[in-house]
Design a protein around this ligand. Structure first.
Ligand SMILES: Nc1ncnc2c1ncn2[C@@H]1O[C@H](COP(=O)(O)OP(=O)(O)O)[C@@H](O)[C@H]1O
Ligand SMILES: [Mg+2]
Length: 238
């Protein structure tokens, strides 16, 4: 194998992305085949043991759920390693956020958490709308995981330096200083079923826009994650 192209930057990133996506695909193909064969096995077992008794069903179930966990992880990893590349465009901000809120609202309600909107502008921003939705969705899921029933999550938008600052604010458990320092590191997680790829994916989305992510949090005092999207360069404005 040749060494990664030197010089860093885009070439190196492309190389790592291709490598990571290649490995993930190589894992996924046999995984899918394992899943298919498991269900064939289950079918045949059902015919052999019609009353469904016996340890074999439990064992099969366990294998299936572990395989699914692995498959879910590979899916999330692929989203991170090879994100869809969409060009930013001038998009109206409030309708985007409202659409997102109506999508995630039921999940918040199920958790007993109030979802509030605080839309202060700007009217439009230079955005990949899909990326923004994916990013905010990840942040709201994190907020829900950290916020007990009775809490609230706010989606806030503001105009900052001619660009958009979009924040997800929660009044949940917050992060310790140590967690906050490592929160953006790929695979860092404090949750038993976490992947540690949520925040890195969000950071990747803002970086693609030339923007940045800010995390403000304190244990017991909630968390605010802000995504700052700069205005486009000259010539892109309508
Ligand atoms: N809103 C939040 N409140 C408290 N902790 C958070 C919040 N968002 C992220 N974290 C912390 O950052 C870690 C990394 O988050 P993330 O990258 O989304 O991975 P995951 O959700 O899979 O753990 C979480 O495990 C959690 O400790
Ligand atoms: Mg997460």
């Amino acid at each position: 194998m040749t060494s990664p192209p030197g010089g860093g930057g885009d070439e190196q990133r492309d190389f790592v992305e291709t490598l990571a996506a290649g490995v993930a695909h190589e894992i996924r193909n046999p995984l899918n085949s394992v899943q298919i064969n498991l269900s064939i096995l289950e079918q045949e077992l059902k015919e052999l043991v019609p009353d469904g008794r016996g340890n074999a069903f439990t064992v099969l179930g366990k294998i299936a759920s572990e395989v699914k966990r692995l498959d879910d992880f590979v899916s999330e990893f692929l989203r991170f390693a090879r994100p869809p590349r969409r060009e930013p465009e001038w998009l109206p901000v409030a309708p985007l956020v409202r659409e997102l809120a109506s999508f995630i609202g039921p999940e918040c309600a199920k958790n007993g958490v109030a979802l509030e909107l605080d839309l202060r502008g700007p009217e439009r921003a230079w955005l990949d709308g899909f990326g923004l939705k994916q990013a905010i969705l990840n942040l709201v899921l994190n907020a829900l995981q950290a916020t007990p029933a009775g809490g609230r999550v706010v989606l806030r938008t503001e105009e900052v330096d001619g660009g958009l600052r979009a924040s997800v604010v929660d009044d949940g458990e917050g992060m310790s200083a140590e967690t906050q320092a490592r929160a953006l590191t790929p695979f860092f997680t404090t949750r038993a079923d976490g992947t540690g790829l949520g925040l890195p994916l969000v950071e990747q989305v803002v970086r693609r826009h030339g923007g940045r992510i800010e995390v403000a949090s304190a244990a017991g005092a909630g968390t605010t994650v802000s995504l700052c999207f700069p205005p486009p360069g000259e010539g892109a404005r309508p």
